[in-house]
Design a protein around this ligand. Structure first.
Ligand code: KG4
Ligand code: ZN
Length: 393
């Protein structure tokens, strides 16, 4: 089957088309994966501006859709030069996209020009995320589902980050099986820092989460303090990599908030404040200082994430560790986590997505969509709502 998937929960407009074969032992083939990043637009705010992001999604969705269909070789121009315009259908479409006028106009032109593609299902992120952004994606998916008469599956963004791990190839399989549980999942991004236990399929237990800023947010905000640009994660990582000062020898020392607490919660706002104070106090603010500081920021975040994750793995005797979210793209974190697992001699299968599948993308939505579809979880397009605070259940 072919799934068209849509991701607009934050500042990336993503559309992917994946092909799956073999129901019992699914195999995924990524036919296209288009991500239109809005980084340049949000740069000057040092974070994502929701209203601007919504506007950009409206602008980008149809061009990104076209690109995704073309790359997957399923974009076909309609044969009849003058397609019969079904006024009722267009009226309904207008109603679905009543709050997305610009998107409606673009989509109407698109429908006039192109045929219905050979797609079996549409998967869309319904939450968690920025509400205005989520709604654009959801309404767009509804419009496609209604117009093309294709079933729709709504997806939890966090579960999408988890399920994309199957692409890594799991003991030569592209799916989880009962024997892989219990699994511990760590999802770290600009909006989330969550650690939870997956006891079985569909059985999740939240172990802990951030009490204030997400780890990605801490990267973004501290990078701003140092004047390194946005998004902060890759900027801090690049500066850190240039520092020649060994962490143990560094005179800079930042706190590792909540590292020794008994729970699995996190807190990163104190780290951000500590960076701000130290930076303001420091007389030297040259490149070397910034590189050393970036290295210490990165290490403080890595230390806390690894400590709590390994504690959860041990306490719950996890057989599998699943990682996801933008911060997992951090090479140092990936390296140090693997080293720690080796050092502790944990009998653990640790899955880390490809870097391109860590930050937001629609492939992950399609994969999660497939597994939901296989469980018969098809939604009625009329009932799907964006849920900014959707929780893992
Ligand atoms: O998952 P994602 O694309 O979007 C959200 O759902 O938030 O994550 C984006 C976050 C940003 O905060 C960004 O700074 C961070 O992931 N990030 C990184 C790296 N690449 C992206 N953080 C640390 N190291 C990286 N290499
Ligand atoms: Zn995300």
């Amino acid at each position: 089957m072919k799934i068209l998937s849509i991701e607009t929960s934050c500042d990336d407009t993503g559309i992917a088309i994946i092909k799956t074969s073999g129901k019992k032992r699914p195999c995924f083939d990524i036919l296209s994966n288009i991500v239109s990043s809005q980084v340049k637009i949000h740069q000057k705010y040092g974070g994502v501006h929701p209203t601007l992001a919504k506007r950009e999604h409206q602008k980008n969705l149809v061009p990104v859709l076209k690109q995704a269909l073309r790359k997957a070789k399923i974009l076909k121009v309609s044969s009849s030069k003058y397609q019969v315009v079904n006024k009722n259908r267009n009226k309904k479409l207008e109603k679905i996209l009543i709050r997305e006028r610009e998107l409606y106009q673009k989509l109407e032109r698109f429908f006039k020009k192109y045929q219905k593609p050979k797609i079996d299902a549409i998967a869309v992120t319904k939450g968690p995320g920025l509400e205005p952004c989520l709604w654009v994606g959801v309404n767009f998916a509804k419009a496609l589902s209604y117009y093309w008469k294709i079933p729709i599956i709504s997806i939890n963004h966090i579960k999408a980050h988890i399920f994309v791990n199957v692409l890594t190839g799991f003991k030569n399989r592209q799916q989880l099986t009962v024997g892989d549980f219990p699994a511990v999942c760590l999802i770290v991004s600009g909006g989330h820092t969550q650690l939870f236990l997956m006891e079985n399929f569909g059985k999740y237990k939240m172990l802990g989460e951030t009490r204030d800023d997400a780890a990605g947010e801490c990267f973004d905000k501290t990078a701003r303090v140092l004047g390194l640009g946005y998004p902060g994660g890759p900027a801090i990582a690049a500066y850190a990599a240039k520092s020649k000062v060994k962490s143990q020898k560094s005179k800079l020392r930042l706190p590792r908030p909540m590292i020794y607490t008994k729970d699995y919660d996190f807190s990163f706002s104190g780290l951000k404040t500590a960076v701000l104070y130290q930076y303001q106090k420091s007389k030297i603010k040259n490149q070397k200082y910034k590189q050393e500081m970036a290295k210490e920021i990165q290490q403080a975040i890595i230390d806390v994430l690894i400590k709590k994750t390994i504690k959860a793995v041990k306490n719950y005797k996890a057989k599998t560790l699943l990682l996801g979210g933008g911060v997992i793209a951090n090479k140092e974190l990936r390296k140090q986590l693997k080293e720690k697992i080796k050092k502790e001699q944990l009998n653990l299968e640790c899955l880390i997505p490809d870097i391109k599948h860590c930050t937001d993308n629609a492939v992950m939505v399609g994969i999660a969509g497939y597994f939901r579809w296989r469980n018969g979880k098809i939604d009625n397009w009329k009932n799907i709502k964006a849920e900014a605070n959707l929780r893992i259940r």
